[in-house]
Design a protein around this ligand. Structure first.
Ligand SMILES: *Cc1c(COP(=O)(O)O)cnc(C)c1O
Length: 461
């Protein structure tokens, strides 16, 4: 294969790069009997996703519009990933002191960071304001805290210097197919519930009383939310901004943060829906959003990374029980937590390889329905049930596809299983180059995290 056929984006090229990288990961010893599970990230695909996002919004925004695409760090909380995205012009959306520290470690400047969290402490708020990081307040009590930090009531001295401050609203446009990820239901825990009786008036007043409150924010949900529901949420926020600005008589709300949530297709290599689909639908649903009067912030996570990631794991044993073939692998609930606990909502495509990382051929008897099990000690630790695949044997490999977001960095420390190493790759012809994103966690680190330095403490109290 020439480097040309593997460059750029598109489902076939992504799939071809993935297959090349799987073989190389075995050849180069990233995956071995001693390191039986790794995460692989396609650097070319990540760059292509970031470029597609930029282009989609460039196509619909008036020239000169300030647009910040802030990557939702929780989707891939890995410093080199944040640095790569920063190189593509993206910022970071953070929701904890840890995520903020990761964004800073990646060199993302404060004006490209947005802090959203439903439970910010006063200390976190103070630090974010002082660092001129954008903050989105979640609720009226948080606004009261901000009053005290920015412009104490009755104080006539100028407001303390700070970055942009916004208010998160819940447009209550409804939920999608996954309850746990639907943030705009009537009773969601996020933001100010805009359609509750009397709330809209209170929000308009609360903004009017606070000249430093210049943004509105909504994030309508993640995965399982149809595009029409997402755009309805954005439209509700836009209409609120228009009402506020009319009421106060000037353009106090100058920026709208429309959140993330573009759903990912876990069924094939197609990137669908795409950012262009969403941006074009937004343009027809909320044209005023793009006419240059408002700056924009987006907060995509899953859609930027999911299709670039593959978990590769060795089959340690192949067995059978009650007539069902079971492949016991090293990828289970410790990294595919949602897939294991909510398999209907989070199905994953699984590929089968031989021990050298070559696609496993189908035997003459055809595909065999198999359970793909993980290493955790509970019966439900299955990443797929009854899945037709080439019959797997000990030493073979499985790939868990589309796992670049919410799999590598949302580790579940069950059975003290280590966080696997994560490696980024580029493919040039037959040459695959890997870079360490995160080394595998060591057993020593697990002992330390588990109180190893305090072994005798309970004997001494
Ligand atoms: C999780 C989250 C996002 C990202 O959602 P994705 O579905 O990963 O795009 C964006 N904004 C907020 C406030 C979030 O909580």
């Amino acid at each position: 294969m020439t480097s040309n056929t593997l460059a750029g984006d598109g489902p076939e090229r992504r799939a071809a790069r993935r297959e090349t990288a799987v073989r190389a990961a075995v050849e180069q010893g990233l995956l071995s009997p001693g390191e039986p599970v790794v995460g692989l990230l396609d650097v070319t695909a990540i760059r292509a996703a970031a470029a597609a996002l930029r282009t989609a919004f460039d196509e619909v925004t008036a020239p000169g519009t300030a647009v910040l695409h802030a990557f939702a760090v929780k989707a891939a909380a890995l410093v080199p990933v944040l640095r790569l995205l920063a190189d593509e012009g993206l910022g970071c959306e953070v929701a904890s002191p840890g995520e903020l520290a990761l964004a800073r470690a990646a060199g993302v400047p404060p004006e490209r960071i947005v802090l959203d969290s439903p439970a910010k402490t006063t200390g976190e708020l103070r630090e974010a304001l002082a660092a001129r990081i954008a903050v989105n307040a979640d609720n009226p009590e948080e606004l009261d805290r901000l009053d005290a930090l920015i412009a104490p009531r009755g104080d006539t001295t100028p407001a303390t210097p700070h970055g942009p401050v916004g208010l998160r609203v819940n447009p209550q446009v409804g939920g999608g197919s996954i309850d746990a990820l639907s943030t705009a239901t009537a009773t969601s825990k996020f933001g100010i519930a805009l359609q509750d009786p009397g709330v809209r008036e209170r929000v308009v007043r609360a903004v009017a009383e606070r000249p430093w409150l210049t943004r509105l924010h909504a994030h309508t949900g993640s995965q399982g939310i149809p595009l029409e529901l997402m755009t309805a949420g954005v439209r509700a926020v836009y209409e609120l901004a228009e009402e506020i600005n009319e009421t106060v008589g000037h353009r106090q709300i100058d920026t709208l943060d429309i959140g993330g949530g573009l759903p990912v297709n876990f069924g094939s290599d197609e990137f669908t829906p795409g950012y262009r689909d969403y941006a074009q639908l937004l343009l027809t649903t909320v044209p005023g959003l793009f006419d240059g009067r408002y700056g924009l912030v987006t907060e995509f996570g899953r859609s930027l990374l999911a299709k670039s990631g593959t978990v590769l794991a060795r089959v340690e044993y192949a067995k059978s029980a009650g007539g069902r073939a079971i492949a016991v692998t090293h990828a289970g609930a410790q990294l595919a937590t949602r897939t294991v606990f909510a398999p209907e909502s989070w199905p994953l495509r699984i590929t089968a390889y031989d021990a050298a990382g070559r696609p496993k051929p189908t035997a003459p008897g055809g595909l065999v329905a198999q359970d793909i099990a993980g290493p955790c000690c509970f019966a439900g630790d299955l990443v797929a049930r009854d899945r037709p695949l080439p019959h797997l044997a000990a030493g073979d490999l499985v790939g868990l596809l589309d796992t670049g977001a919410y799999y590598f960095s949302n580790h579940f420390a069950y059975n003290s299983l280590p966080r696997p190493g994560v490696y980024g790759f580029t493919v040039d012809g037959d040459e695959v180059r890997f870079a360490t994103v995160r080394p595998p966690q060591t057993v020593e680190e697990i002992v330390t995290e588990s109180g190893g330095d305090h072994a005798g403490s309970l004997l001494e109290v």
